[in-house]
Write a protein of this length. Structure first.
Length: 96
């Protein structure tokens, strides 16, 4: 399988725009990264209770990040999603 340079960004809404609070470098195949993103909890649309956002980005050949997918989540969902991301990243780094 072809590997690509994917990033997962965690963002929060503050003063009218989103700011990045964390970024995970995911050197993984497209199928695996989309399966990981499918496991994350949240909604496609933002709301007053969902002011946190997780973006899936692809770093292309021009060194420009392209946003592929995005979900909005609550603080509790973000905590669970971060646990999922770190667990999958740990496995990928240490066992692949």
């Amino acid at each position: 399988m072809k590997t690509s340079n994917y990033y997962i960004e965690l963002q929060m809404y503050s003063h009218g725009h989103y700011i990045t609070i964390a970024s995970f470098d995911q050197k993984s195949c497209e199928k695996i990264i989309h399966e990981l993103f499918d496991e994350l909890r949240g909604e496609l649309k933002a709301s007053d209770s969902r002011r946190l956002r997780i973006n899936l980005l692809l770093n292309d050949a021009t060194i420009q990040r392209t946003q592929l997918r995005s979900i909005h989540c609550t603080l509790d969902e973000l905590a669970e999603n971060t646990k999922i991301i770190i667990k999958k990243t740990f496995r990928s780094v240490n066992f692949d």
